[in-house]
Every structure is written in C-alpha cells, then in structure tokens.
Design a protein. Sequence first.
Length: 591
Amino acid sequence: MKEFLKYVLATVIGILTFAVVIGIISAISIMGMVASQEATTVVKEKSVLVLPLSGIVTERSDGNPFGQIIGGAAESVGLDDMLYAIKRAKTEEDIKGIYIEAGLFSPDTPASCQALRNALVDFKKSGKWIVAYGDQYTQAAYYVASVADEVMLNPDGTVDWHGLAAQPMFFKDLLAKVGVKMQIVKVGKFKSATEAYSEDRMSDANRLQTSLYITGIWNSMVGDVAASRKIPVAKLNEYADSLVTFDDPKDLVEKKLVDKLLYTDEVKKSIKKRLGVDDDDVVNQMSVVDMVNLPAEKNKSDNKIAVYYAYGNVVDSEMGQTDHVICGNTVSKDLEELMNDDEVKAVVLRVNSPGGSAYASEQIWNAVRKLKAKKPVVVSMGGYAASGGYYISCAANYIVAEPTTLTGSIGIFGMFPDVSDLLTQKLGLKFDLVKTNKYSDFGNASRPYSPEEIAILQKYIDRGYSLFLKRVAEGRKMKEADVHEIAQGRVWLGQDAKKIKLVDALGGIDVAVAKAAELAKVGSDYKTNTYPDAPDFLDQLLNSFGSNGGNYLDEQLKATLGEYYEPVMMVKNIKGQYPVQARMPYHLVIK
C-alpha cells in the first residue's frame, strides 16, 4: 500500500510539474505575441503593401488570439484596417505600390467591396502602381482587383464572373415537421423578413424589391469593371451569361479580363522589376497589420472627430451573443459619454446593421437625438443600414451611404412561435387550465393566439410602425405620409435612397468624416478617434473563452456552415428575441 501511494504521489507531482511548465511556455508565447503586436513597425525602402483578398471581411477587426495560439481559426480581417492600410500606403514615401493577392474572398456585403475598390482608386491618384495576382479570382475579388494597373492569373487559374443571385431560405415546412408554426403580425407589404417562416416562396413585392436591388448592385459592379478594364458593359454581361468562369485562361487574356498568365515565381520577378531591385534581392513587404502598427501620424489638434462603430444585429442585451451586436443600453451609454466629452467636436456613427429589436432601436435613436443637440452627428452607412439600422440613423444631421448600401426597410413585425402541436401532438403532453380573466393565459405555450389576440397585437405593431414613420419624418424633415409612400418595409440601394431623401450623399467613411468636420466648423484642424476602443490582446484572449460562447468556436461554426450560419442561428435565437422586430431579411444570401 505504501509503495502504491508513493507511485500515485509521484504521478500527481509529475502531472502538476508538466502543467506548470506548459503554463510557463504558454505565458511566454502569449507575452511574445503581445510584444510582437505592439512592436513599432518601420517601413523599409522600396516596400510594397500586400493586400490579401481572401478570407472573411467584417466591418471591424476584433482579433482572435485563441485561434492564433492553437491554429485553425477562420481567416478574418477588418474592413477598417484594410481601408486604413490603403490610405496610409498612399502617403508613405517608401511604399511604392500595392500587390493584391487574390484568393477565396468572402466579404460581408457588396458595399464593403465597393469601399475597398474606391480606396484603391484613390490610392492610384498618388501615381503609385497596383498589381493583382491570383490562382483563382472569386467574383468579389475580381471586382476589387480589376482596378489594378495589371491583373495577372496563374496559367491554370480561373476568374469567376457569373452575375448576382439572391436566394432566401424558407423554414415553414421544416418547422412544421416538428410541430412549430409562426404567428406573424407585420406592417408593410415589402416587409419580407417574416416570409422565411410563413411562406414557401417569395411574395411578389419581395421579388420585385430584391430584383431591383441586386440588379442595381450588379450594374454598379459591371460599370466599375468596364471603366477599369476598358471592356464594354454589354461584353461583360455576355461573359457572365456564357459562364466565362470555366474558359481556358488564354481566352481570358484575349477577352481582356486579365493581362498576363504567370506562375508565382514569375510574379515576384515582375514586382521586383517595378521596385527597381535585383532578382536576388528580397522584396520588402508590408502587411495590413504592419500598416496598422505603424507609429501614428503626428497630429497635435485638440479637436476630435469621434468615429463610433455600430455593427451587427440590434439587440436588447449582449447576454448569450456570439457575434458583434449593437446593444441598446451599451450604445446609448457610449454616445452619452461622447456627448459629454468636450474634446469631441462631432461624431460619425458608422452603421452596418440589418436591424433587430425595435425597442433597442428606439433607445439608440433617443441617444442620437440628444447627442445631436450638443454636437453634429453624421451617419456613415456600411453594407446595411436597414430597418432598425435606419431607425438609429435617421436622427443624424447628415447621412452618407455607399451606392450599394442596403437601407430603408422602414417597417416592423412581430413573430410569435406557436409550439402547441409540438407539445401536444409530438410530445404527447396534456394541459388543463384555471384562470381569473379573459386573457390570463395569454402567451401560454399550450395554445396559439386567438383571432382577438392577433387583432390586439396588430394594433400594437401598427403603433410601433407609426412611431417609426414619425422618427424618420422628424429626422429627414419630411411629411409622415411621404415617408409611408417609400416605407412599408421596402429595401433601397443607397444610390436610390439618395433620390428619395433617405440619405444625403454617397461615399465612404472619409466623406462622412469630412462632413462632420465641416458641420463642427473645425476646418482641417482635427484628428479622428475610433470608438469603442478595440480590446487589447489579453482582453481578446479572455473573450475567446468568455461566457458568450467563445469567439474561436463561433468562427469555426461559421467556417463550417458558411451561408447557412445566419439562418441556423436565427432559428436558435428566435425565442430569446424581442418579439417586435425592425429588421430586413438579414439571412439573404447574394451570390
């Protein structure tokens, strides 16, 4: 027995010692990563910015250190960092050009692609060069890369160019299989987010609006590519209709979609020739992260233009959320702090949201209204600023959208799951009831809502829609009747929204910042600060293991499910959502 205990004790000590050693090694690795991240980056002579068009592009870079440590994380980069890198490269004397490296590119929205492309167009005004290379170009990657002075392709590569399609998913029959059906109350013939639960195909109104905005996006893409590649629009549409994706690469050169067919080592020689360095020299490369870590450009101004990022679904609480969200309470408090900060002269509210909780949207609207009473507020719309996303925007002094931003969708709905068949027919549960008043059992899971209850809910939804119209009318200085004509849940492209006064100007975040400075009357004497502050490395690491389910695991789920991630999560979270929603069909997939 004594010998047994001795061996057990030795084993325990060995395990503890191993754990301590591993802990020390991990700590050193983490500190090394922190030091590496915070190290000052220097631009060497004759450098080139390498811009990867691959992986997932989100509105803002949040970081995922857990994935970096153990590997296998889905590659993700923030649009904000990419735009900053391009803008900074334009003014850095030692950066001579940009090398676009195309791959499996998955941007969050067409508007993000447009913002990237416009930034590259602006970069070329410096007189510096841009070259692009890829083994394969996705359609989104090619759209962005087509701005390059030279587009190169692997001799065995492909260029995907096929047009756009929108394919909403419908869950009505799936839910019916488990005894669940949705009771829908809504306002607006174009308010189509509920169709996924109540129908098995698109309504005529939804088909019309979807056709109009994907056609508008496609025309914008084709027009930009035609201008850069000197190919007629009709030819580009002809190529899309012939599935040019599967053409012989040599034919792609003949069709002027690409300029050269080269292998990777030959591309390096081409870059070196542009840089004016010898073949045996190493190319000095700058990554997007390197550009972000460059020492900040000197600016001693005391005037701040705050750029506040509000992106994701609009929710009442952050509890249980795995993606970035716009929480009503959190955003309202943050905007109040900016309102009370005397150094902040104006605020740019960067909105990229399909909407969500009508209640949370109203709270943020109120915060924007109070902020505007003290200093100018300019909204910069990203890929989406629709429904609740438009609700939180409409009180601003000025609204700027990308031409392909999806906005509007002014309308609300209530969606209430009826699980009575699941409980009684599928699971065999029995219920009895004793009550004191007519509606004492309102919301009871054992039965659907009665026609009288649905009528009461419809009045509630109608009142919410009227409030939405009022908020838009006040903010945009329009009559409520005129707002109603362009509302009813209809989604508009930014370029069309400008024509009907839902937005004031077209452009990216730089246009919004310039307008904010103008309204604040600070001229060019200002500096921009972004909010909320990005979490530092250790905070990111802790968040990866946090109560919200873990960023790393969520990224793995996204990578696995792809386009099905949003609808699956929507079904999962529907019970916990605020019952009255101001949201567009956010699971819509545009291919």
